[in-house]
Design a protein around this ligand. Sequence first.
Ligand code: ARG
Length: 586
Amino acid sequence: MATEEENVGNARQQLAKLFEVSLRRIVPDEQDVAPVIAASTGKFGDYQCNNAMGLWSKIKGKGSEFRGPPSVGQAIMKNLPDSEIIESCSVAGPGFVNVVLSKKWLAKRIQKMLIDGIEKWAPQLPIKRAVVDFSSPNIAKEMHVGHLRSTIIGDTLARILEFSNVEVLRRNHVGDWGTQFGMLIEFLFEKFPNIEDVNESAIGDLQAFYKASKQRFDDDPAFKERAQRAVVSLQGGEPLYRNAWLKICEISRKEFHKVYERLGVHLEEKGESFYNPYIPGVLKELSDKGLIEESQGARVIFLEGFNIPLIVVKSDGGFNYASTDLAALWYRLNEEKADWIIYVTDVGQQQHFNMFFEAAKRAGWLPTDGALKPKVTHVGFGLVLGEDGKRFRTRSSEVVRLVDLLDEAKDRSKKVLVERGWTEQELNQIAEAVGYGAVKYADLKNNRLTNYTFDFDQMLSDKGNTAVYLLYAHARICSIIRKSGKNIDELKQTGEIVLDHDGERELGLHLLQFSENVEETCTNLLPNVLCEYLYNLSEVFTKKFYSNCQVVGSREETSRLLLCEATAIVMRKCFNLLGIEPVYKI
Ligand code: ARG
């Protein structure tokens, strides 16, 4: 339901339109010159247009009237159409055109957002439907911190796309198929001769069950043989085996669900098994296109730029991770008609993705002519490290159970909060918001490609760039508004925002830049961009605005309360996009 209405709250986009007109005027014959507009960091303006140098190198020697980049910059500036957006312009250095936005216009935009809602500031993306493939743990195996990262990052990306009016299919591509199920099923039969006895409490810890069955598999050749036959029976659809498989999946699923519930993450499971029936047809298509070859008993696709081939049928005739992913991609493109498919896994799997993406291009499923859609992206992320700098483990070097980890986050945040006299229920609610929020934010604020160290003390600190600090900052703004005793909804309709003070203007500008930051987060799939924006917003509010501009009891009270409210709204939207529950009281 992409709205056709343009997002007038996006200053960069609005300026791009003005500069586009100017560029057309000065170089009507240059067709492919797109305006390059960026937010400025210097003090000469709020935005700058960076086209002059590039344009000069295109037109010099073609007998134009210009003498160099600065004169091109001058011409760009002079040919700008009149607009209420711009207060003033200047040309600096080698032709940068600096723009100072009109503070009246800024104020108007913010005021309009207060009335129409922040949804009007959603970026517009050229995408209708996206698949976000995330979390995706493996049945009967541990769901580890890597899956936690995938869950947190994937959920945020899905939320941001949804906010941007993209229809998102949130896919849990669980590993629910493969040869390990033969072993698990045989072991289940041994332990529970009557399958009806199988339930969560009877099995206990599914990971321990997995380990024990693996042990059995490795130790006893007869068991191993039975397990291998069980795979064939399962794949042949024999009811007894299928039932056992369903039971195992169900127990795992309940475990996963506990994590999703705590995190407030919604996913739709379409596991590997779902795509299994599609594999033969997809491989036939690839084979008919001449992509598949025999190699050492396996069937493979050789791809340029990779020193190993992509195996699509193993030498024992079985399908694998890659065959499933090819079928899933086919399904997502052809049946689900997604125009952007995003996969969130650790960077260790990058080669796998690059290879089957390349195969999909060779098959003609994905464009190779520079067309932008449909597209696929692997969103890789780094490791979670313990305080010792090694992979995050428990003291006894076991994999950390995610439910335990989240419980600890909640308990620890309770301790930080405990002295403030809440009811038990309030305390629990706030401890969850703060504890889980802290875990999420500590993950999201780093560039996802880097490894990060999991450190409870640091993430639960109320100082520095943490969720706790930000949640407190938001609660404080809410309390300013509450304490004023004014009806803020009424003020939104009747009051007026004025940005005369530097602190007010800076806050106003930063608020307006929400939209382009969300857009950047989305196009580059980098949640840390949004985190940085949120942190800076809170800093600008406190250090530039609140410490210089008295709110309650001042002459500008109405305008300033509205700025507080706008800040709280934008912060809450950021929290919401990051999957963090806001807190209103501290
Ligand atoms: N189950 C895989 C793992 O735990 C992740 C699956 C990611 N998605 C995909 N379509 N390959 O590593």
